[in-house]
Ligand binder design. Structure first.
Ligand code: TRH
Length: 380
């Protein structure tokens, strides 16, 4: 363990949406809470941050949140001393003056690039390798991942135990949902929907509406709402809106704070998630899920999708694996979901069991925060 005074600077540029800040905020909190480190989180967009953590003062240049020193990363950078460990999240470009401060430091800092999450094989070979240099300061690649030779996944200590207790308590779930204005109808399948715009949504909602089992669909405010409105044939859906179409109840939820979002995932029987952070959280929920991957140029995201699917279905009976893979592929191509949803439902018990097994297997890996700390210890 590094001593209490080890200082870490984490830099985050919000490219779009909430994944960049979602990951760095989660990591910062964990480094403080579980490793006793002094963490400064530099963020260029406090408005995005405020959605995940409403206590954020969007006008403050510097503030403390849950033991993390949150600093506004503005265009007019004021010189500061560089930290012992410097993390550039998702290849963001550090301020030139800060790179000079790193180079001027008596003890050279450990500089890492925290990369995007991918299940592709090449990640294993690249994790931990040296990247570029600035003067004599060497940058390293740090890759999260699903394999023991990668940096692992963000997972707070005791997370699965908290999740288990919550899932075992009908009362805790009822109270949580009630706070969100959700009154779960008995026997209904509870689904959360967090996704980018998706042309396949209408066919999925058609299928759910005509199903013999009722579904209660919870949709936090966000980019998919336009497609939901079109399907419902309504305009301007607001938080709290509730619409029933045959067997399907659609309810709009507020965008909840980040820790509450975990509880939402834990309550639901099925979670549609997107990007990077919600994707990992849905895995820790131990429930069947659907991933809307972040689209990249030249469809490189589709390789990432296939790499994850190959790992995820490896230990499933082939028919169940094909069903869930078919559903994920259709969703990511914006195609008709009907047949894929029906075959997914046929394999439901296997998929439920598998979601839990997968979660426990992944939890055997060292978590990402601990792996970063270990990387630093090995480096010094
Ligand atoms: O928002 P995302 O799509 O984010 C990202 C970014 O687009 C990023 O540029 C890209 O590189 C990356 O995806 C792959 O999805 P993500 O990563 O799931 O982040 C969403 C965050 O928002 C996550 O931390 C969970 C949180 N969240 C809440 O706090 N409350 C909510 O109600 C919801 C729905 C999400």
């Amino acid at each position: 363990m590094p001593d209490m005074k080890t200082r870490w600077d984490i830099f985050c540029t919000v490219v779009d949406n909430y994944g960049d800040i979602g990951v760095t905020w989660r990591l910062s909190r964990q480094l403080v809470a579980e490793h006793g480190l002094a963490v400064r989180l530099w963020v260029d967009d406090l408005r995005a941050f405020e959605r995940l953590c409403p206590e954020i003062d969007i006008h403050a240049g510097q503030q403390w949140q849950e033991g993390v020193e949150v600093c506004q990363w503005s265009a007019d950078w004021q010189p500061v001393e560089a930290a012992d460990v410097v993390i550039a999240a998702f290849a963001c470009q550090l301020p030139g003056a800060y790179m000079d401060a790193m180079a001027q430091r008596e003890k050279t800092p450990l500089w890492m690039n925290l990369d995007y999450l991918s299940a592709e094989d090449w990640v294993i070979g690249c994790h931990g390798l040296p990247s570029v240099k600035y003067k004599h300061v060497q940058k390293h690649f740090f890759f999260p991942g699903f394999h023991k030779d990668t940096g692992g996944l963000l997972r707070e200590s005791g997370l699965l135990e908290r999740r288990r207790q919550f899932q075992q308590s009908a009362e805790a779930q009822r109270a949580f949902l009630q706070d969100l204005g959700v009154d779960r109808s008995p026997g209904a399948l509870l689904i959360s929907l967090f996704a980018y715009e998706n042309a396949g949504l209408a066919s999925w909602l058609d299928t759910l509406a005509s199903d013999s089992t009722p579904t209660h669909l919870l949709v936090p405010q966000g980019r998919i709402l336009g497609d939901v409105e079109r399907w419902l044939n309504v305009q301007d859906l607001q938080v709290g809106s509730l619409h029933v179409r045959d067997a399907l109840t659609v309810q709009v939820l507020p965008f909840v704070r980040q820790d509450q979002y975990d509880h939402l995932l834990w309550c639901c029987d099925f979670n549609a998630v997107r990007g990077e952070d919600s994707f990992v959280r849905a895995q820790w929920a131990g429930r069947p899920m659907l991933w809307h991957i972040y689209q990249q140029e030249e469809d490189v995201h589709l390789d990432k999708l296939e790499a994850f699917l190959a790992l995820y279905v490896k230990d499933l009976p082939p028919a169940a694996g094909e069903a869930i893979s078919g559903l994920w592929r259709a969703w990511n191509a914006g195609e008709t979901m009907t047949d894929h949803w029906q075959s997914t439902r046929k394999h439901w018990p296997q998929l439920q069991k598998h979601a839990e097994t997968w979660c426990l297997e992944q939890a055997l890996q060292t978590d990402l925060a601990a792996a970063l700390v270990q990387f630093y210890v090995n480096w010094i």
